[in-house]
Ligand binder design. Structure first.
Ligand code: HEC
Ligand code: HEC
Length: 457
C-alpha cells in the first residue's frame, strides 16, 4: 500500500520531497485513510447526485456519440461532427467583415482557442479587428487599421465551449438562447429586449439556436458558392443529405454542424472522470480531500449540480463586471450583458444573475468569473470562503443565499484548489483540433501577423 501511494504521487509529478516525508511520517495510517477517503467521497457524491448515482457525473465520450446529450432536432452523426470540426476553425467563413482588411481573417476559434481550453487566453476575446495570436491567444491585439468600435469584441468574458453539451439547453451567461429548459415560460420576451432571441421560436436547444446568431454576430456567411470555393460541398452533402439542396449550404446548416461538433468536446480524460470510473489512483490524496470539501463543507455542489459541474441555473455572486478602463468597448450592448439574466427577461429579480459555468479545464487561462475579476483559483476560492460580494451595484437582497462565509481552513482551501486545478483538468483537449482544413486556409486566424506566428504561407 505504501508503494502504491508513492507510485501514484510519482506519476502525477508531485514533489518527491512531499512523498518521502509522507511515507516517513505516517505510512500505515495514511493508506487506511486513503481507502476510507475514496469510500467517503463516493458516498458524499452519491448524496449530491440525483437518484444517488455516481455516474450522474460521468461525461460522455466523443468516440461514442450516443453517450452525448443531443438536440432531438439535430441528432449527432459522424459526418456532421466532422464538418463542424472544420467550420469552427475556418477563417474562410469571414466574408462579411466590417472592414476590408479583416476579410477571411478570423474564426470562432479566434476567441475559443484550444490550447487555452477553448477560451481566448486574455480577459476578452477579439474576432475581426484583431491581429496576432501568441501561444494561447494572449498576444492578439487591436489591428492597427481598426477603430475600437469596428472590432468584434463583447463586454463579457467568453465562456469555454468545453462540456457545452451539458448546458446546451440554454446558452450564454444569461441563458437567453433555447426554447426549453430555463426558458420555458419566457416566450413573451423572445425577440423583445434582445432581437436575436426571436430565433428561440425555431424550437432548437440553446446551442443550435445561438450559433445561428453567432455567425451573424461574428460576421460570417455561408453560401453555395463559398461551400464550393472552400471545398466543403461534399462534406455538406454527406452531413445533410435530407436538406433540400437550395438550403443545404447556409448559416443554418453551418450552425447545426458546429453545434454537433461542440457537443463532442467533453473533458472525459480529467483525473476526476477516471476516478469516477473506478481508477482510485487517478487523483492525489489532496485532490480527493478537495473534492470532499467541494461536495460537503464548501457547498459548491449546491449550485454546480450538473454532469459537467455546470447548470442552466442563474445566481448573483456579486462579482465585478469587465473592467471598462482596460477592455475594448462593445458600445450599448455592454451594459445589457452586465445585467445578467435580467438583460434577457427584463425582470428585477433576475438582475446580476449569471449562468453556473462548467468547472473543468480552468487552467488554460487565468481569468475567472464573467468579468475576469479574479486572476487565480486561490483568489476564486478565497472569494467563496469570504462570501462578501465585491460589486457595489449588486445589493445584498439579490445575492444568492448559498453565497455565504464558509470558514474553510487553509488546508481545505489548498485541497479545493488542487481538486479544481488538477482533478478537473483534461490535458488532452488538442485531440479536438483538426490538423488541416479542406480549404487549406490558415487557422484559427489568418491576419498577416497571425500568419507569421502560425507559420502559414
Ligand atoms: C469575439 C470573440 C468571440 C468569437 C469570434 C466567438 N465567440 Fe463564442 N463566445 C464569446 C463570448 C464573449 C461568449 C459569452 C457571451 C455571453 O454569454 O454573453 C461566448 C459564448 C459562446 C458559447 C456559449 C457557451 C455556453 O456555455 O453557454 C458558445 C456555444 C460559443 N460561444 C460558440 C461560438 C461559435 C460557434 C463561434 C463562431 C461562430 C464563436 N463562439 C465565436 C466570444 C466569441
Ligand atoms: C450560489 C451558487 C454557487 C455556489 C454555492 C458556488 N458557485 Fe461557483 N459559480 C456560480 C456562478 C453563478 C458562477 C458564475 C458567476 C459570475 O461569473 O458572475 C460561478 C463561477 C465559479 C467559478 C469560475 C468559473 C469560470 O469559468 O470563471 C469557479 C472556479 C467556481 N464557481 C467554483 C466554485 C467553488 C469551488 C464553489 C464552492 C466553494 C462554488 N463555486 C460555489 C454559482 C455558485
Amino acid at each position: 500500500m505504501c508503494f502504491y501511494l508513492l507510485n501514484s504521487y510519482m506519476t502525477r509529478f508531485y514533489s518527491l520531497l512531499a512523498c518521502i516525508s509522507l511515507v516517513a511520517v505516517s505510512c500505515t495510517s495514511d493508506t487506511i485513510e486513503g481507502d476510507q477517503l475514496d469510500l467517503s467521497l463516493q458516498n458524499v457524491i452519491k448524496q449530491a447526485a440525483p437518484a444517488g448515482r455516481l455516474d450522474h457525473f460521468v461525461l460522455g465520450e466523443y468516440t461514442d456519440l450516443a453517450s452525448l446529450p443531443q438536440d432531438p432536432l439535430n441528432p449527432l452523426t459522424e459526418m456532421k461532427v466532422e464538418l463542424g470540426s472544420f467550420l469552427f476553425f475556418e477563417t474562410g467563413l469571414g466574408t462579411v467583415p466590417k472592414k476590408e482588411e479583416g476579410l477571411q481573417s478570423y474564426s470562432c476559434s479566434s476567441c475559443h482557442v484550444p490550447l487555452a481550453d477553448f477560451k481566448p487566453g486574455r480577459m476578452q476575446g477579439i474576432g475581426e479587428g484583431g491581429e496576432g495570436i501568441g501561444y494561447l491567444g494572449e498576444a492578439r491585439v487591436k489591428h492597427s487599421a481598426y477603430e475600437e468600435g469596428d472590432m468584434d469584441v463583447q463586454g463579457i468574458r467568453p465562456l469555454t465551449v468545453l462540456n457545452v453539451a451539458y448546458s446546451a439547453e440554454n446558452t450564454l451567461w444569461n441563458g437567453s438562447f433555447g426554447s426549453a429548459g430555463a426558458n420555458e415560460g419566457t416566450e413573451d420576451v423572445w425577440g423583445v429586449i434582445d432581437e436575436a432571441t426571436e430565433l428561440n421560436h425555431l424550437g432548437y436547444q440553446g446551442l443550435e439556436t445561438q450559433n445561428i446568431e453567432g455567425l451573424n454576430i461574428h460576421r460570417m456567411l455561408m453560401t453555395p458558392e463559398l461551400a464550393e470555393d472552400l471545398n466543403y460541398k461534399e462534406y455538406f452533402d454527406s452531413a445533410f443529405p435530407d436538406v433540400a439542396e437550395a438550403d443545404r449550404y447556409s448559416n443554418l446548416t453551418v450552425s447545426l454542424a458546429i453545434s454537433a461538433y461542440l457537443r463532442t468536446l467533453t473533458t472525459s480524460k480529467a483525473p476526476f472522470q477516471d476516478w469516477l470510473r473506478g481508477d482510485m489512483q487517478a487523483m492525489s490524496v489532496s485532490e480527493k480531500r478537495g473534492a470532499m470539501v467541494f461536495f460537503t463543507k464548501g457547498n459548491c455542489s449546491s449550485c454546480h449540480t450538473g454532469t459537467a459541474l455546470s447548470a442552466t441555473k442563474f445566481f448573483a455572486l456579486g462579482v465585478n463586471d469587465l473592467d471598462q478602463s482596460v477592455s475594448f468597448q462593445e458600445n450599448e450592448k455592454t451594459m445589457k450583458k452586465n445585467l445578467g439574466r435580467a438583460g434577457f427577461t427584463g425582470l428585477d429579480e433576475d438582475l446580476y444573475k449569471f449562468k453556473v459555468p462548467t468547472l473543468y479545464n480552468l487552467q488554460g487561462t487565468s481569468f475567472y468569473f464573467h468579468g475576469s475579476s479574479k486572476r487565480s483559483l486561490e483568489e476564486v476560492v478565497e472569494y467563496f470562503d469570504q462570501g462578501i460580494p465585491e460589486n457595489p451595484r449588486v445589493s445584498s437582497d439579490l445575492v444568492a443565499r448559498d453565497f455565504k462565509p464558509l470558514g474553510l481552513t487553509d488546508q481545505e482551501k489548498a485541497d479545493l484548489v488542487n481538486f479544481l486545478e488538477f482533478g478537473l483538468q483534461d490535458n488532452d483537449v488538442l485531440r479536438f483540433m483538426p490538423t488541416s482544413l479542406p480549404s487549406n486556409n490558415c487557422f484559427p486566424n489568418a491576419d498577416e501577423q497571425s500568419r507569421k506566428e502560425l507559420g502559414c504561407q
